[in-house]
Design a binder for this molecule. Structure first.
Ligand SMILES: [Zn+2]
Length: 120
């Protein structure tokens, strides 16, 4: 019978293996927007309106300030994946922390030094 500690250990190793598979990561978020320019006769003011874009913007915080950068469609596809990878990584790390804390509770309840085995 595996102990609870063994089960935590196994889950932890499985999460660590998942982490090892994660590709590039990026902080921040990606938004896509369409715009209308307001020029007379432009398709964006037509019926139905065909707005300009989509335009992609990647935003992230650098030293407490939000910094944004315009991306083309191909770049946006990459960053969408990398941002998703980072979120997955964070979920996995959070789960690893929970398992570690649960394992820690078991270990902290054990005596500081294992009792020597009784002699027959
Ligand atoms: Zn327009």
């Amino acid at each position: 019978m595996p102990t609870r500690l063994d089960i935590y250990e196994r889950k932890y190793r499985a999460l660590a293996a998942e982490l090892a598979e994660i590709g590039f990561i990026s902080p921040g978020s990606l938004v896509s927007r369409t715009t209308s320019c307001g020029k007379q006769g432009c398709r964006c003011g037509g019926d139905p309106p065909q707005r300009h874009g989509p335009y992609y913007q990647w935003s992230r915080a650098i030293a407490g300030k939000t910094v944004s950068r315009r991306l083309n469609e191909r770049e946006a596809d990459l960053y969408r994946d990398w941002i998703a990878n980072k979120r997955r990584l964070e979920r996995i790390v959070t789960e690893m922390e929970k398992i570690s804390a649960a394992a820690g509770e078991i270990l902290l309840r054990q005596p500081a030094t294992p009792k020597p085995p009784g002699r027959a």
